[in-house]
Write a protein that binds this ligand. Structure first.
Ligand SMILES: NC(=O)c1ccc[n+]([C@@H]2O[C@H](COP(=O)([O-])OP(=O)(O)OC[C@H]3O[C@@H](n4cnc5c(N)ncnc54)[C@H](OP(=O)(O)O)[C@@H]3O)[C@@H](O)[C@H]2O)c1
Length: 245
């Protein structure tokens, strides 16, 4: 990437004209990594996209059914805390409709300190109950409804946007996020929503926890292939980070 072009070469020129010695390329790899969100927005006109999920060792992200409207935890508490740190580092967090129905998540930062990301929720057919946590108005929330549905009433901190759910939606979601000047988004499921971004090849990183538990059946984890960028153990969970190079 030509980092000079991002300031159109003018920054260096102005410094040099002011007789300041300029050295370029210092810690270039580290700087590119640190500014990856900004560069992605500049170069691709969409936010930096991180896919994240936790899967059992036999490849499921949730059991087929459960008794309560809250998540069945697959990863351990340290992995979960790390996810809250990650949430605090991104501009937005996105989930699909079934995840809201199944888990009623808050999608905020609780086990870490930092800003809550903007919540982005898919609700094509306006089937989410108005009392779910993501509609509580505590955090700015974008709700993406199908263009055949009329825009919803205005409620505190809720913004309804329309997209055409019969077409490829990942690209349209990115356009909405771009409109709201969102620089990065962590997509936390469920499987269909994650697979949508994989299939449209619109993602930058996938962060996948694999635990030691098995479900034998359930909601199948997203399917993809990519190079492993890093791998570590979080106690008994394994965390693999993939990059879409
Ligand atoms: N282990 C984990 O990391 C993790 C994380 C999150 C969720 N989960 C689990 O995942 C399960 C839900 O996953 P899921 O795959 O069933 O659902 P999901 O991805 O949460 O939501 C799917 C729904 O979102 C809408 N949608 C998503 N992609 C679409 C597309 N390309 N085109 C049109 N509509 C689209 C559709 O809504 P309509 O049906 O209204 O059209 C679809 O039914 C839950 O059991 C939850 O507990 C696990």
């Amino acid at each position: 990437m030509d980092t000079n072009s991002l300031v159109a070469g003018k920054g260096i020129e102005r410094l040099e004209n002011a007789r300041i010695n300029v050295t370029v390329g210092v810690l270039e790899t580290e700087c590119l990594e640190h500014h990856k969100r900004f560069f992605t927005v500049q170069n691709t006109k969409r936010p930096y996209i991180i896919l994240k999920w936790a899967q059992t060792k036999d490849g499921f992200i949730a059991p087929i059914s459960k008794d309560e409207q809250k998540p069945v935890w697959i990863s351990n508490q340290y992995s979960q805390q790390l996810v809250h740190k990650w949430r605090s580092e991104e501009h937005a967090i996105l989930v699909g409709t079934n995840t809201v129905v199944a888990d009623n998540p808050k999608l905020n930062v609780r086990s870490w300190s930092g800003n809550n990301p903007v919540r982005v929720v898919l609700d094509a057919n306006c089937r989410l109950d108005k009392n779910v946590n993501v509609f509580d108005g505590s955090v700015e929330t974008l709700v993406l409804v199908d263009s055949r549905n009329k825009k919803q009433e205005i409620r505190q901190n809720l913004i309804f946007e329309q997209i055409d759910f019969s077409e490829n939606i990942a690209n349209q979601i990115c356009e909405v996020l771009q409109k709201h000047k969102i620089q990065s988004v962590i997509i936390e499921g469920g499987s269909q929503t994650l697979q949508t971004f994989i299939d449209e090849n619109i993602w930058d990183e996938a962060r996948v926890f694999t635990s030691e538990v098995s479900f034998e059946s359930g909601v199948v984890a997203p399917q993809f292939s990519a190079n492993v960028f890093s791998e570590e153990k979080i106690k008994n969970d394994s965390l693999r980070i993939y990059r879409n190079d």
